[in-house]
Design a protein around this ligand. Structure first.
Ligand SMILES: *[C@@H]1O[C@H](CO)[C@@H](O)[C@H](O)[C@H]1NC(C)=O
Ligand SMILES: *[C@@H]1O[C@H](CO)[C@@H](O)[C@H](O)[C@H]1NC(C)=O
Ligand SMILES: *[C@@H]1O[C@H](CO)[C@@H](O)[C@H](O)[C@H]1NC(C)=O
Length: 313
């Protein structure tokens, strides 16, 4: 279900990437990726979990499943290409060992969330906290040895791009699953968004303390438009999406945007970018014909449903 979402984001990045020559120096020395299934490039293939994408039709445009929850390349693959870097290898894969780590590492893990408990019903997943610990290990055990002195390492980290795409699972695989998680009994929608942002803020500060400076924070997409949520409501709204859930996600997104602004000024030397993923996807759901090959909403939903059923258990 998420696969199609990712691939849609790609379209935009491809457009952004046009005109960028590959022959030039990379725009950044490295790209470090944190997040969930939207950007997992295969980490979950290495851990005992039900949240895996190592089978057909995933990877159909690659020619084989890679662990990406997508038919082809994910948004961060296109991002890496745009930066002039190779595709970022998963932390848990042998591909990220040695010199390769110098160009960046992908820590994203399907089913992961901002909160540690998020996605636990899938089995193992590397939580965002766990991913930050893996980044710390990368710096100490894999990267430090390539630098003459700590100042050079700091400069390299400060110039690197840090992509963070986390939070959707804290809704769809936590708050919106009252039979498995108690958060919706404890927190109102607003309080929950506050909790997520407060937790995320501390996590980002941890990344900053490790040397991260240039961070891209991707907001959540319109989760009220995905089949798993649509299947739980009776009746239908003309927009084809569950408004209540979209409103809930928007509370998170508006706070995330504020957080990007705040940290941008309070953390010296930092540079934050907030990525508005919600409006882009929402427009794709509402106006699919604007996006070329997606000819109609029924086909789009049918595909999502197919992918959803194939990953659900
Ligand atoms: C929901 O939409 C379908 C067509 O998309 C329609 O046939 C059905 O009557 C609608 N249901 C309600 C409760 O509005
Ligand atoms: C349907 O739309 C109405 C008005 O826009 C809204 O109040 C209601 O919550 C929506 N229902 C669902 C299930 O999203
Ligand atoms: C962060 O500050 C820079 C200027 O230093 C600005 O260009 C950028 O838009 C700011 N980002 C956010 C999210 O406010």
């Amino acid at each position: 279900m998420k696969s199609l979402l990712i691939c849609l984001v790609l379209l935009e990045l491809v457009w952004l990437g046009n005109g960028q020559s590959r022959d030039h120096q990379p725009l950044a020395p490295a790209f470090f990726v944190f997040g969930d299934s939207l950007v997992d490039s295969g980490n979950n293939n290495y851990i005992p979990t039900l949240a895996r994408a190592n089978y057909f039709p995933y990877g159909i445009d690659f020619g084989f499943p890679t662990g990406r929850f997508c038919n082809g390349r994910t948004v961060v693959d296109y991002g890496a290409t745009y930066l002039g870097l190779p595709l970022v290898p998963p932390y848990l894969s042998p591909l990220s060992i040695g010199q390769n780590a110098l160009r960046g590492v992908n820590y994203a893990s399907a089913a992961a969330g901002i909160l540690d408990e998020t996605g636990r019903h899938y089995g193992a997943r590397t939580t965002f906290n766990g991913q930050i610990s893996q980044f710390e290990i990368t710096i100490e055990l894999r990267l430090r040895r390539f630098f003459q002195n700590p100042a050079d390492l700091r400069k390299y980290l400060a110039k690197s791009i840090i992509g963070i795409n986390i939070g959707s699972n804290d809704y769809i695989n936590n708050y919106l699953m009252p039979e498995r998680y108690s958060t919706s009994q404890t927190y109102s929608g607003e309080d929950y968004a506050d909790l997520l942002i407060k937790t995320l803020s501390a996590q980002i500060s941890r990344l900053y303390n490790l040397g991260a400076r240039k961070m891209v924070l991707a907001g959540s997409g319109p989760l009220g438009c995905i089949p798993s949520q649509l299947s739980m409501v009776t009746g239908n709204n003309t927009s084809g999406c569950v408004t209540k859930i979209n409103n809930m996600v928007s509370m998170f997104n508006s706070r995330l945007k504020d957080l990007a602004n705040t940290l941008n000024t309070t953390l010296p030397g930092s540079f934050f970018v907030y990525q508005n993923v919600f409006d882009l996807f929402h427009d794709m759901v509402v106006n699919p014909s604007r996006y070329g090959k997606m000819t109609s909403i029924p086909i789009y939903k049918g595909l999502l449903l197919f992918l959803y059923i194939s990953t659900e258990f």
